[in-house]
Ligand binder design. Structure first.
Ligand SMILES: NC(=O)c1ccc[n+]([C@@H]2O[C@H](COP(=O)([O-])OP(=O)(O)OC[C@H]3O[C@@H](n4cnc5c(N)ncnc54)[C@H](OP(=O)(O)O)[C@@H]3O)[C@@H](O)[C@H]2O)c1
Length: 375
């Protein structure tokens, strides 16, 4: 089969198209076989390729096939009951990665846990775009109430573009974003209450937000970019009057919150279990405690969103809301990229740039007409 492969960790230039890569030899017990139509890239795909977390997230061997989120057509249910799964052979499905690899190939086995039937009115490109980022965004949005005044940092990417729409859908009181692309965020489907460009404005100065119509500190800052917490830690060293005037978010004692799913550094490296626990568990537990008890009058309550929904219900709800046109799948208009060496390398360059307009899509094949004889 055709597949994009890499023989090593490192540069995007390692990625190339193989014309005769072996098809999956068998289907693992909890998986099904699909013919891939579209793959959506994610920051994790770049991280796996870079080798920054190779001991934790790396492929078991080389060459490996990158990519994890996809939309494709079911070829083999591997003995699973179609009544329970909600789809059958020949149906289009969207799936969220379980291992950040194997998707950029004509055929792929995917876990049934996060695989849902795609409604007929959604394109395969849209379905792939929604599979991971929008499901994460929907579960994150469930942690925010309509009474909150929310700022999203890292707004234009896969998670942010969909999170903003879910927050609009639940009519949060006030919704703002820090983005390099204010023009995109001022149009459909966003139309936010306030915007600042972090490339030319200090988004951690409240007076700059006042200049664009924000008259009260935010209740909640959602950080999808990483590093905002370090700015807040710097600001709490300021004299009280100055700090109160400059902070963009309310302190924990006034129900201010900081919600994130990223470490301080976007391109983090993890090579041991201890490093992983330090970064994702101990540091966040300490910050949660510190901000709620020792610095509750200065810092917002720190929450690292660890336990987001990871089940079929969240996938079904996401695809339903998109099929009812309540949210739009955000696909970067520089794609869909070709399923070729040049096409996939270009797609990875866009993803790696961190200036993504929603999701970066690679078109692997067109919609399949499944003939069971040809399986
Ligand atoms: N824990 C989980 O389960 C989970 C799941 C999914 C994602 N994540 C993580 O969540 C994060 C966001 O994911 P994503 O898929 O949305 O990433 P993405 O598509 O790469 O988007 C990242 C966004 O960050 C913004 N950005 C870049 N540089 C910035 C800067 N200097 N200051 C402020 N914002 C900046 C950009 O927004 P603008 O275009 O608006 O400038 C960009 O689009 C990633 O770190 C990812 O690994 C975690």
């Amino acid at each position: 089969m055709k597949a994009i492969i890499s023989n090593n960790y490192g540069s995007i230039s390692n990625l190339h198209l193989s014309l005769d890569f072996p098809r999956p030899a068998s289907i693992p017990k909890k998986e099904i076989l699909v013919k891939t139509e579209c793959v959506a890239l994610s920051p994790g795909d770049c991280r796996v390729l870079s080798g920054a977390c190779k001991e934790m997230q790396g492929p078991p061997s080389f060459p490996y096939i990158p990519g994890g989120d996809l939309c494709g057509t079911v070829l083999d249910l591997n003995g699973h009951d179609p009544e329970i799964l909600g789809y059958d052979v020949g149906d289009r499905v969207a799936t969220r990665f379980t291992r950040n690899r194997d998707a950029l190939a004509e055929y792929c086995t995917v876990s049934t846990v996060m695989t849902g039937k795609v409604p007929a009115n959604l394109s395969s490109s849209d379905a792939a775009a929604l599979a991971s980022s929008a499901t994460i965004a929907l579960s994150l949005s469930k942690r925010i109430t309509p009474e909150e005044r929310v700022l999203v940092i890292g707004a234009g990417g896969g998670v942010g573009s969909h999170l903003l729409q879910f927050l609009k859908l639940k009519s949060v009181k006030f919704l703002a974003a820090a983005t390099h692309d204010c023009e995109r965020m001022s149009k459909d489907p966003f139309h936010l209450d306030a915007l600042l460009d972090y490339t030319n404005t200090d988004i951690y100065e409240f007076s700059n937000w006042q200049n664009v119509g924000v008259d009260e500190q935010f209740d909640t800052v959602v950080d999808l970019s990483g590093g905002s917490w370090l700015h807040f830690l710097d600001q709490i060293k300021l004299p009280e009057n100055e700090r109160v005037a400059r902070m963009i978010v309310k302190p924990s004692s006034k129900k201010g919150r900081y919600l994130t799913l990223v470490p301080d550094v976007y391109n983090f490296e993890i090579h041991t279990v201890w490093q992983g626990m330090k970064l994702f568990l101990f540091q966040n537990l300490f910050r949660a405690f510190y901000s709620r008890f020792f610095r509750r009058n200065r810092l917002p309550a720190h929450t690292f969103a660890m336990s987001l929904d990871n089940d079929l219900d969240i996938m079904k709800e996401t695809l339903k809301l998109a099929s009812e046109k309540k949210i739009l799948a955000c696909v970067d208009d520089r794609g869909p990229f070709e399923f070729s060496t040049d096409g996939v390398q270009a797609a990875f360059e866009v993803q790696k740039s961190r200036k993504v307009k929603g999701k970066v899509i690679v078109q692997v094949s067109d919609q399949t007409n499944v003939n069971p004889q040809s399986r």
